[in-house]
Design a protein around this ligand. Structure first.
Ligand code: N01
Length: 485
């Protein structure tokens, strides 16, 4: 029996899951930890994504920590800046902010003689027994290799590198891509710009949502009677789990057909011009790509100053974007809503575990992790929302809370068997991966579309089983699947 509570922890990343880890470690008596954050502010995805219209597509009372409900959410789906303030407040309230070292990018973690040797970009070093990598999922912007990208003479930036100082008022704006980011941006800017041209490679199904603001009375009631918020959260969770997360894993489920029908009706009823309607009609099934929820997109794209361009992009030029039919679309600003490098996870950080084995080598064929948390040969290194974690229109907070509870249970069991080092076994990893790949084939994500959910072999990478199964697995680690030293 060993008490690991005196062990030192390094948490990498001060976004949603890093803040959560700090709170839960302290609460469980593990008080020797630091949070390294590369930026000068906490908030992760909500710090990085400040584009016009940014909001969370998970209802706010569900996209909150279970232990820090927030009576002040302004809307069903609150805007990004409000979510950022929420994380700042929680971090302050729970004493996390003072434990964060800002401007500290971890570049290398090397396991030696029972400890992690940690190197930072500023040349400083640290040592810890355990690392929690709360480094986020989509944090490395992906910019396609468009011909002439550098030649464009106007302003051009990726959605996660939004230029806060730039006014779009009266500008001719090009918006490339039709993912969640783009679909939020278009209705948010259409009124102020001169024109917005949406460059669409693939159309999207759009699920209509009601994003009504909470009234003053409702917010007051949440404040004075927190049980109301809890009920709302529980109901939303049930609706998201049973009505959504659990149906995605069976492409033949009638519930998915109903989602598809709702999206189809939304398109048919909302878009008046038949030509535009057909251009916006996807040829794959709803929820094959991450399902987009929007109140205003169809309205936005039908404004007289909005144009939908479906011709393939040939390249960028000084004056704008040329499509392959030879037309030049003259633009002042180009917004690249082209997504993220989805297989980055903890990288570009360099990680080497037992016997100098490199994580990069283990992940040669793509990132994977046993139970989405641990990688063989990489001991005492736990990932949150890592590879194979559940994704798909679901609260990543709920997922991270379950994962942190699992890691704490694993530490408890490690102490009980007298060990100080733990990593999943290669056998457990292979079995998990084999079963995961088999189950992935039956999911809606595998029903015939291109999306960031797919790995290089074309198979979905996310947790392919029910959310209930995820909850069950996270209840208690199976120690037989771990190598302990
Ligand atoms: O990125 P995406 P995103 N030429 O990868 C297109 C989360 N998120 O930033 O579909 C032309 O979805 C590409 O085209 P295609 C959420 O998890 C959440 O929008 O591959 N186009 C696609 O349309 C989301 O899923 C919220 O044919 C090119 C687009 O770029 C994830 O972030 C809000 C191209 C990329 O779409 C990513 O969303 C925002 C090329 N060469 C984001 N290359 C919430 O509400 C790519 N594209 C919580």
């Amino acid at each position: 029996m060993k008490d690991l509570r005196k062990s030192r922890f390094v948490i990498i990343g001060a976004g949603m899951s890093g803040i959560l880890t700090a709170i839960k470690l302290a609460e469980s008596g593990y008080d020797d930890f630091v949070v390294y954050e590369k930026a000068d502010r906490l908030g992760g995805t909500w710090r990085e994504n400040r584009y016009a219209g940014v909001a969370c597509d998970v209802p706010s009372h569900f996209y909150s920590y279970s232990f820090a409900l927030n009576p002040s959410w302004s809307r069903r789906f609150s805007p990004g800046a409000e979510i950022q303030s929420y994380f700042e407040k929680v971090a302050e309230d729970f004493g996390v902010t003072s434990r964060i070292r800002f401007g500290s990018e971890v570049t290398r973690c090397h396991f030696e003689a029972g400890r992690w040797e940690i190197e930072l970009a500023d040349g400083s070093r640290d040592q810890a027994r355990f690392i929690v990598a709360a480094t986020g999922v989509l944090h490395e912007p992906f910019v396609p290799d468009f011909e002439g990208l550098e030649d464009f003479e106007g302003d051009s930036f990726h959605t996660a590198r939004w230029d806060d100082s730039l006014s779009l008022k009266g500008k001719r704006v090009g918006l490339v891509g039709t993912g969640s980011s783009s679909i939020q941006i278009l209705p948010a800017i259409v009124e102020e710009v001169d024109t917005v041209t949406l460059f669409q490679r693939t159309p999207q199904w759009i699920l209509p949502i009601d994003n009504t603001a909470y009234t003053q009375e409702e917010k007051q009631a949440f404040e004075t009677e927190p049980a109301l918020m809890q009920t709302l959260r529980d109901e939303t969770a049930e609706m998201m789990i049973d009505g959504f997360a659990n149906i995605l894993i069976d492409a033949d489920s009638p519930a998915l057909k109903a989602v598809h029908d709702t999206c189809e009706a939304n398109l048919n009823e909302s878009v008046k011009d038949p030509e535009l309607r057909e251009k916006l009609r996807p040829d794959y099934r709803a929820a094959c790509k991450r399902l987009i929820m929007s109140e205003g997109f169809y309205d936005g794209i039908q404004r007289p100053n909005a144009k939908l361009e479906t011709g393939a992009i040939d390249g960028f030029e000084a004056g704008g974007i040329r499509t392959q039919d030879g037309r030049l679309h003259e633009l002042d600003v180009i917004i690249l809503a082209t997504g993220f490098k989805v297989d980055a996870f903890v990288r570009p950080m360099e990680v080497t575990g037992w016997d100098g084995v490199a994580l990069d080598g283990i992940w040669q064929e793509g990132p994977r992790a046993y139970m989405a948390i641990s990688v063989p040969q990489i001991p005492n290194f736990f990932m949150l929302n890592g590879p194979n974690s559940p994704v798909g229109n679901f609260s990543l907070i709920e997922i991270a809370e379950l994962q942190v509870a699992y890691i704490l249970a694993l530490l408890e069991q490690l102490g009980e068997v007298g060990g100080t080092e733990v990593a999943s076994t290669p056998e457990a990893m292979s079995r998990f991966d084999r079963e995961r790949r088999e189950a992935a084939k039956k999911t809606i994500w595998n029903s015939g579309c291109r999306s960031w959910y797919l790995d290089s072999s074309g198979l979905p990478t996310a947790w392919p089983w029910t959310f209930d199964r995820f909850q069950e697995e996270m209840q208690a680690p199976r120690m037989a699947d771990y190598e302990v030293r």
